[in-house]
Write a protein that binds this ligand. Structure first.
Ligand SMILES: [Zn+2]
Length: 387
């Protein structure tokens, strides 16, 4: 029910992914709406959201009282707990962009996350229910306003990976932006974030992976490592482009194919594994072409010079670690916050501080900027904040 003329009541709890990365799941109460922003867990299960804080007064008796779940993008640390939550939050409307929904289906279903836990006898029933839960996700396009009882919500393009969205929530008196993971520059497969010029918000819940890394310098795309790859290929070596994350594999594949297409790298067969191939296929269904004619699935035959993307390769392959960040740098985070100058910044999803660096360095940096008058919350997992 809308509270005409009354002040909105906001409370926030990071259930995971507060001052750490791994299980991004944020509870936001707006009056009588109980919202989850993302539902992540870490791929190895080490991080899982902790719901104990919100399953007691003054919050909820059961997760069935959750009213909406918004999924910002399809990285595992933002979707991994979806299956659990879809079984617990049976009354929640779940919203995602069409690409995020397709990737979520693919990553959680085809890549076997499903088959890890239900006991044999319950598996079929569980799988049918889980598949139905994904299919029932409500697709929301960028810039499309959705009117809900306590607030309206709009998704905006976040960059970062295809389908990623920022979530903008408005009541009569409050405007809140949840950035999700985002990027301030064009990536391999995305543009930078896109927000309307006129947008304003009083509260920003920001994923700030590099908020404690003022000195970190990491490439923005895999091409920064290609000089070494070029030298190795020209010497006749086979190379393994090592990626730690499956979803980063498709960015590496796309960049490698582009470089070979433009003759910046010698064109040789590129091998990918089955999982990456399935992911690329899914992207192609969403009209984002990744694979080329010289891409193959599996292990290269003996004696053939090849590039391989993944984690393992035959012993004679020269390993090249391909490391790049899809997140804003420290400086970009400071500029982004300064540009929109919300009254309150709720910082989440931060990597641990660089050695000899104050954990609140971003706040200190902004305090030195004369236009900055807001205040910072470094949200700790499990703590309750009134906003
Ligand atoms: Zn991400």
């Amino acid at each position: 029910m809308k509270r005409r003329g009354k002040k909105s009541y906001l409370r926030f709890v990071a259930l995971g992914g507060g001052q750490e990365v791994g299980a991004s799941c944020y509870f936001l109460q707006i009056n009588d709406a109980y919202i989850l922003l993302d539902c992540g867990k870490s791929p190895n299960g080490a991080y899982f959201p902790d719901f104990s804080t919100i399953l007691k007064p003054p919050f909820l008796e059961s997760l069935n009282q959750i009213t909406q779940i918004f999924i910002s993008h399809s990285h595992f640390d933002h979707i991994g707990a979806f299956r659990y939550l879809s079984s617990q939050c049976r009354n929640a409307g779940v919203y995602a962009t069409p690409i995020t929904k397709a990737l979520l289906f693919h990553i959680l279903w085809n890549l076997n996350e499903w088959q890890t836990s239900p006991p044999e006898d319950r598996r079929e029933e569980e799988e049918i229910r889980s598949e139905a839960a994904i299919r029932s996700i409500i697709e929301i396009g960028y810039c499309q306003e959705i009117f809900l009882p306590e607030y309206t919500v709009t998704f905006f393009e976040a960059g970062h990976i295809p389908g990623a969205a920022m979530v903008y929530l408005q009541t009569e008196d409050r405007r809140i932006l949840y950035t999700g993971d985002f990027s301030c520059h064009a990536g391999v497969l995305t543009s930078s974030y896109i927000l309307p010029d006129s947008i304003q918000f009083d509260t920003m819940i920001i994923c700030g992976l590099h908020a404690k890394h003022p000195h970190l310098r990491r490439g923005r795309n895999p091409q920064s490592q290609f000089a070494f790859v070029k030298g190795a290929l020209e010497r006749g070596c086979s190379v393994l482009l090592e990626t730690v994350q499956l979803t980063k594999g498709w960015e590496v594949l796309h960049s490698l194919n582009k470089a070979m297409e433009n003759r910046r790298l010698p064109r040789i067969p590129v091998y990918i594994d089955q999982k990456l191939s399935l992911l690329a296929e899914e992207m192609e269904r969403m009209h984002i072409p990744v694979r080329r004619a010289w891409n193959y699935v599996g292990i290269p035959p003996r004696g053939e010079q090849a590039a391989l993307i993944g984690r393992f390769a035959p012993a004679h392959f020269l390993p090249v670690k391909v490391d790049f960040s899809l997140h804003p740098t420290y400086r970009e985070l400071a500029d982004f916050i300064e540009k929109y100058h919300p009254k309150t910044v709720v910082l989440v999803h931060t990597g641990s501080a660089e050695p000899r660096i104050e954990a609140n360095c971003l706040e200190i940096e902004l305090m030195t900027r004369t236009s900055w008058t807001g205040h910072f919350i470094y949200a700790e997992t499990g703590e309750i904040y009134s906003l």
